[in-house]
Design a protein around this ligand. Sequence first.
Ligand SMILES: Nc1ncnc2c1ncn2[C@@H]1O[C@H](COP(=O)(O)OP(=O)(O)OP(=O)(O)O)[C@@H](O)[C@H]1O
Ligand SMILES: [Mg+2]
Length: 347
Amino acid sequence: MPPALIRGLCQLLDNSAKKLVEVKDLKMHFPVYAGLFRRKVGDVKAVDGVSFDVYEGETLGLVGESGCGKSTCGRAVLRLYDITNGSVKINDIEIGETPQSELRPMRPEMQMVFQDPQASLNPRMTVQAIIQEPLDEHTTLTKAEKAQKVGELMDAVGLNRAFAKRYPQAFSGGQRQRIGIARALALNPKFIVCDEPIAALDVSIQAQVVNLLEDLQEQLGLTYLFISHDLSMVRHIADRVAVMYLGKVVELAPREALYATPKHPYTQALLSAVPEPDPTKVTGADRVVLTGDVPSPSNPPKGCNFCTRCPAVMDICKQIEPTYQELEPGHFVACHLFETTGEQGGS
Ligand SMILES: Nc1ncnc2c1ncn2[C@@H]1O[C@H](COP(=O)(O)OP(=O)(O)OP(=O)(O)O)[C@@H](O)[C@H]1O
Ligand SMILES: [Mg+2]
């Protein structure tokens, strides 16, 4: 039985699965300045009121189109930004408002693997120095102990120890991502945000890196927030999936429920665009093609964010923002089609 399935089953049986990360109404707005005096003229609402939990040992997938705020959300959860509003709890400790200087002792617990291993590794440092950097910053290990730990980390991610003195340029894309993963693992973190960790890699290498992440999760009991726009990959790796559109989570559900019975029209459109590997099942009938562009996050539409492109749009959608509610156990949707309370709009 695949490990992800076992974890899912365990989670179903154990309703008390511990929440490692709790995010409530998270907002991350970037100010926009213009004119001679660099006056503030507005905000880019990159993340605009997002709530979700990540349970210990699970992988929560975060999907959505380019620019919908996935990376900003991942970085804000790790407090790489000073957030605009909201609460972020990691292991029951509120870090939403904590000043950066006081976050330092918590940094080892939470790490990030970046999309582009080329850009995120310093070309002037050897692999040894890159992986060792977090140990230098956060531990008092001796030189020999650090070298030993770097060797172990290189073994864990499938890199040859003999290459420790080489520079990142000497490695292929997949190997560079392994270096990034080894660095993220150096301080024995509990929670890792993987921001499109395979998007920059060749298809043939993607599966290897995903398998490595899965193996490490099982061995080390890691918890992942896995950001991706590749719905097939997320289906493979995630236990639950959150779908983002224009700074908001529109639907969040266990993987099986999301892929079998997507509720939000945006999720349906996203899933209908995923190629079907079995040609006999392709009918073309249920393909939803979205028209128009994604509105700007500095000027989102009134009411529901998705109302300008939604195939099932109603009058109410253009006026009132839908509430994010739990439709079935664990299945959250923000859409007027499913609002159980309040006024219903006609279509
Ligand atoms: N530092 C910043 N300053 C101003 N605007 C920003 C900043 N970072 C991100 N944005 C804007 O916030 C929005 C969300 O960006 P983000 O990178 O989070 O999207 P994404 O979903 O990760 O996209 P992609 O799939 O392309 O990586 C975009 O409109 C982007 O231009
Ligand atoms: Mg991104």
